[in-house]
Design a binder for this molecule. Sequence first.
Ligand code: GDP
Length: 366
Amino acid sequence: SLQCGIVGLPNVGKSTLFNCLSNAKAQSANFPFCTIEPNVGVITVPDERLNKLAELVHPEKIVPTTVEIVDIAGLVKGASKGEGLGNKFLANIRETDAILHVLRCFDDDNITHVDGSVDPVRDKAIIDTELQLKDLETIESRYQRIYKQAQTGGDKQAKVMLNVLTAYKEVIEKGENARVVTFDSKEELKAAKELCLLTAKPVLYICNVDESSAVDGNAYVEQVREAVKDEDAEILVVAAKIESEIAELETYDERQMFLQEIGLEESGVNRLIKSAYKLLDLETFLTAGPMEVKAWTYHKGSKAPVCAGVIHSDFEKGFIRAEVIKYEDYIEYGSESAVRDAGKIHIEGKEYIVQDGDIMHFRFNV
Ligand code: GDP
């Protein structure tokens, strides 16, 4: 399953955010280092279409797709040199598909700031520097050997890797993140991916604001916006503390009511998932049958066999064709047989590019 790692300095609101995102409850206290083990939580991805379909299909169960969230605590200045609990956590980040970088954008004299004052742009730079130093280590450890290989053997792969390493080294040494580098050739992209650099991962900056700034943000948020404008990154404004309280409420209606009271139409979780999907170029296809109505996550632009493989690798190997119903058609005609009678089931082959909301039925050889 897809995994996002939450990073940020101590006391910026990571565990609070984690609490309001996941069903698991992480400890949160006004004390740096309170979350010492990386906590893993699971978010079910809200999708209205699942419920609408279930009303027609009456399945035994509804299964939403999920995203895993890992709370990576303990990143402080010096983490890349093993200070605090840094090094271990940097290793955790490497495993994730995307980074949620939480920035403290709220004032509160009762909440200690590890660097003495509230300054999200400085905080971002501290974390970035630690990640960059780790990336430089990764680059250095490859560089010598690859350099020799590229020089002597005329090894094509080594030459590609050397180009990639050099391009990354150049920007990181200037204090920029690896993600600002773009590669054109397939070979370079592959080499870049293999390196798994921390600052090359897609990032979503989460500005944690107080309740009164939940809707419009505040001056801190504007500073962050200005600071990241050249990065290919998104910003999300979340009032984690109040939202974590709202998340504790029993019913959906109660939660909606309280959200509206602070001026929000949608919870931070929903907004975060939408942003993460956009950031990672993800979409959802559906399957519907009497056993279950289920949502599946795939990379935008994937062809039918690859999506079949999301369900089971055998489906991909033995792929014959896909029967596709457009979500709107299913809702309009009310059942699979009615859609069939209307001639609205599309038979698609190996080259079909699956679209968000497609209801898929795969035919395959075993
Ligand atoms: P972490 O160390 O980054 O995981 O930070 P925590 O989530 O443990 O938060 C540290 C403290 O800040 C806790 O006491 C939270 O209740 C508090 N906190 C988190 N978000 C906000 C916020 O938006 N406003 C205020 N006033 N306090 C917050």
